[in-house]
Design a protein around this ligand. Structure first.
Ligand code: GLY
Length: 339
C-alpha cells in the first residue's frame, strides 16, 4: 500500500465526523436551486481540506479566506507527497512548489517554483493583495515571502528524500499520474508507491454572499527538471474564476492542461450553457483529440462549480475523486471518466 493511500485511509478513518457523513458515491449535481455556501476540492485529501474551508464558510466568511484555509491543510501535511511539505522533489532533490489563488473580482496571485515555504498559497494571496503583479517565481518569490514574514523551512521529509534517492538509481522519467487502467505500469511509474501518490489540490468555493473563489497548490511532478512549472499556478490553466459563470480547476499532468488552457476552457463552455460535468468532459475530450494514444497513459481531471453552486467533474482515467461540502451534503465522489 502506498504511503499516500495509507495517508488517505488514515485521514478518513481518523476523522470520525467526516467519515460518518462522507459517502463515496457516483454522482453529479445539476439542479437549478442556488446552493450556498458550498466548497468542492480535488482528491481524497479534499475531505479534510473542505472541513477547514467550511469553518470559514459556516461563519459567513468570504470564499477567498475559505479556499486559502482549506488548501493549507494538505500543504502542511508531511504525509502527503504531492503538495507542500513532504512533496516529492525535482531531480536535483529540491522541493519546488506552485500555487495560485483567484477571487470573484478577477483578482489573482501566483507563485511558481518557490522553495522552502510551506504555504505557497498564502504567498500567492500576498502577491495578489500587496503587489501590482500577478506572478512571482523562484528566488524572487522566496525573497518576497521572507520579506513578508514567512519562515524558511526544509520541506524535504526523510521519506521523500528516500524516494528521490531510490529514483536516482534509474532516473527513469515518464510522468504517469493516478492511473488505474490497464495502461498503467507500476514499473514505469516515476513516483514510487503506485499510481495514487501524486496530485494537486484544487479547491473552489461559493460563499453565503454569492462570492466565488478558488485555490490550487502542488509540488508538481516528482523528479521534474528543476524549474519546471505545471498548470497549477497558471491562471486559466490550473484555475479560473469568473463571477458571471463559475470556477474551475484541474489536476493531473499539467503540460496537457496548459495546452488546452483547461480551467478557462471550462468556464467558457459553461458560459455557453454546458453544465459543470459536461464542460469538464468536453475539456478531457480536447486532450484526447490532440493525442489519443498519449491520453490513455496519463491522468488529467477537471472539477467545476457554477455560480449557483452546481458542481461536476470528469477525468481521463478512473480513480479521480473529489470532495463536496455544503449545508446539505458532505461527500467524496468518484468522478466519471473517459477510460
Ligand atoms: N497538475 C500539477 C502539475 O502538473 O504540476
Amino acid at each position: 500500500m502506498s504511503n499516500r493511500r495509507k495517508f488517505i485511509q488514515n485521514s478518513v478513518l481518523g476523522s470520525a465526523g467526516i467519515l460518518l457523513s462522507a459517502k463515496v458515491v457516483s454522482a453529479s449535481s445539476s439542479d437549478t436551486t442556488i446552493k450556498k455556501p458550498i466548497v468542492v476540492s480535488t482528491w481524497n485529501f479534499g475531505v479534510q481540506a473542505n472541513e477547514a474551508a467550511w469553518k470559514v464558510l459556516a461563519e459567513k466568511g468570504h470564499a477567498l479566506d475559505a479556499v486559502e484555509a482549506g488548501v493549507r491543510v494538505p500543504e502542511a501535511d508531511p504525509k502527503g507527497n504531492s503538495v507542500g511539505y513532504g512533496g516529492l522533489p525535482d531531480r536535483e532533490g529540491r522541493v519546488t512548489l506552485d500555487a495560485c489563488i483567484m477571487d470573484e473580482k478577477y483578482n489573482c496571485g501566483s507563485v511558481m517554483c518557490i522553495e522552502h515555504i510551506m504555504h505557497p498559497i498564502s504567498v500567492a494571496r500576498l502577491v495578489m493583495e500587496k503587489t501590482p503583479h500577478i506572478v512571482l517565481s523562484g528566488e524572487g518569490a522566496l525573497r518576497f515571502a521572507l520579506a513578508n514574514g514567512f519562515k524558511k523551512q526544509n520541506l524535504l521529509t526523510p521519506q521523500s528524500e528516500k524516494a528521490w534517492k531510490e529514483w536516482l538509481k534509474t532516473s527513469n522519467y515518464s510522468p504517469s499520474m493516478n492511473i488505474e487502467n490497464q495502461s498503467y505500469s507500476k514499473e514505469n511509474d516515476p513516483m514510487p508507491g503506485g499510481p495514487d501518490n501524486h496530485d494537486t489540490i484544487g479547491m473552489l468555493a461559493l460563499d453565503v454572499n454569492g462570492n466565488l473563489s478558488g485555490a490550487c497548490t502542488t509540488s508538481g511532478l516528482a523528479y521534474k527538471i528543476h524549474g519546471r512549472v505545471g498548470d497549477s499556478p497558471i491562471i486559466g490553466a490550473g484555475l479560473y474564476v469568473d463571477p458571471e459563470v463559475g470556477a474551475a480547476t484541474a489536476t493531473g499532468v499539467g503540460e496537457e492542461v496548459i495546452r488546452i488552457v483547461g480551467a478557462h476552457l471550462i468556464i467558457e463552455l459553461m458560459r455557453q450553457g454546458y453544465a459543470p460535468e459536461a464542460a469538464c468532459k468536453e475539456a478531457t475530450q480536447r486532450i484526447i483529440k490532440r493525442n489519443p494514444e498519449k491520453s490513455k497513459t496519463i491522468q488529467v481531471a477537471f472539477l467545476a462549480l457554477d455560480k449557483n453552486g452546481n458542481y461536476g467533474a470528469y477525468a481521463l482515467q478512473k480513480g479521480f475523486t473529489f470532495a463536496v461540502k455544503s449545508g446539505t451534503e458532505e461527500k467524496l465522489i468518484n468522478a466519471k471518466s473517459i477510460y
